[in-house]
Design a protein around this ligand. Structure first.
Ligand SMILES: Cc1ncc(COP(=O)(O)O)c(C=O)c1O
Length: 356
């Protein structure tokens, strides 16, 4: 598939935002990638053009029943202005897992990755230079066919937009306080929690708002059936360092298989530390806090890489974790992953891809 490139004219290029005030997802680069799908042609006519509105029929199926999936990954600027991606094909493969679950067409991973690299090359000046800042990449697929029947659409649009984002920890790497909710659930086995579809995120907002209202940064989700087993924190996976072992909930069908999660497991094992994927209950977490066996809790995800947890609130009690400080394993993983992502450390697993 040949990608048509329609460059924005010099007069259409946007002013770049202040690199020290980027925040998350507030600014968008000059171009985007678009690729439509229909039953006759499959995916066809990919085009990179100026970032702009597009119009859809008000009956487009995405607006009514939420047939939508997305991904999130980043481009990192290293030394000598080199630009790197971290495991991008894994994100596109996960998008295809989401597509299968949502009865949407899969994308050709290699071709989409090549097209994405063309988009990134064209907008390479949008990859920030300030420390820790990155260019967030948002591949998205929506059902565009007009119709109100509840069934898979026959027409889709795949698109990619780019957003320069600030360092997650501009004031340093600080532990966050987490609210364990047994009032709301994120996902249930057999549902769609293990894929990246917009509805999961819409459904999570109320719990996050209530947690923030109580003074906590994010929610820890328990399983939807027994409200007993730990699943995820906000939009990230969760790890517990218990004595000499690192424990993370097994992928049960309602947990998103994070690419950072997989990287944490592989790195930690390569350091000779045992990693176990198993069910872990909130009662066990409390018991290991009480006994002193629990050393660290941290979350993993593309946005923050590693996010140490300084305190957990559950059923009206607050439990400080590791004296509300960042633990050594969380710090080591953060440094190692950022080093691989920004090209300052070796890449033993071949996770880094350089933009030509
Ligand atoms: C619900 C959820 N869990 C976990 C993650 C972490 O996944 P990753 O490490 O691939 O960013 C994300 C972010 O993509 C997410 O949305």
């Amino acid at each position: 598939m040949e990608v048509t490139i329609e460059k924005a004219t010099p007069g259409e290029l946007k002013a770049k935002p202040d690199q020290d005030k980027l925040g998350f997802g507030k600014y968008f680069s000059d171009h985007m990638l678009l690729m439509p799908y229909n039953g006759d042609q499959g995916w066809h006519d990919p085009v990179i053009r100026k970032y702009q509105n597009f119009s859809l029929d008000p009956a487009a199926m995405v607006y009514h029943y939420g047939q939508e999936i997305f991904e999130g990954l980043k481009a990192y600027r290293g030394a000598q202005d080199r630009i790197y991606l971290f495991r991008p094909a894994d994100n596109l493969r996960r998008m295809n897992d989401s597509a299968t679950r949502m009865c949407m067409p899969s994308i050709p991973v290699e071709e989409v990755l090549e097209a994405l690299k063309k988009l990134l090359y064209l907008d390479r000046e949008w990859v920030p230079r300030s420390p820790g800042a990155t260019l967030y990449i948002r591949p998205t697929m929506i059902a565009t066919e007009a119709g109100l029947g509840v069934r898979p659409a026959k027409e889709y649009l795949f698109f990619v937009i780019l957003s320069p984002v600030g360092a997650y920890y501009p004031q340093g790497f600080n532990p966050v306080k987490i609210y364990v909710t047994d009032k709301y659930v994120r996902a249930v086995r057999g549902g769609v929690g293990e894929v990246k579809t917009g509805g999961n995120y819409a459904a999570s907002i109320m719990a996050a708002l209530e947690a923030q209202h109580e003074g906590y940064t994010q929610v820890l989700w328990l399983d939807a059936v027994e409200r007993k087993y730990v699943e995820e924190i906000g939009t990230s996976n969760i790890f517990f360092k218990i004595e000499d072992e690192l424990v993370t909930p097994a992928l049960s069908g309602s947990i998103l298989p994070g690419i950072t999660r997989d990287s944490v497991i592989k790195l930690t094992r390569s350091w000779g530390i045992e990693v176990t994927e198993r069910a872990i209950s909130i009662d066990e977490v409390q018991a290991t806090i009480a006994s002193g066996a629990l050393q660290e809790i941290f979350a993993s995800g593309t946005a923050a890489v590693i996010s140490p947890v300084g305190a957990l609130s559950y059923q009206g009690r607050e439990f400080p974790i590791n004296g509300e400080t960042t633990g050594p394993l969380a710090q080591r993983l953060f440094d190692e992953l950022q080093g691989i992502q920004f090209g300052t450390r070796p890449d033993p697993f071949g996770w880094r891809t350089e933009l030509a």
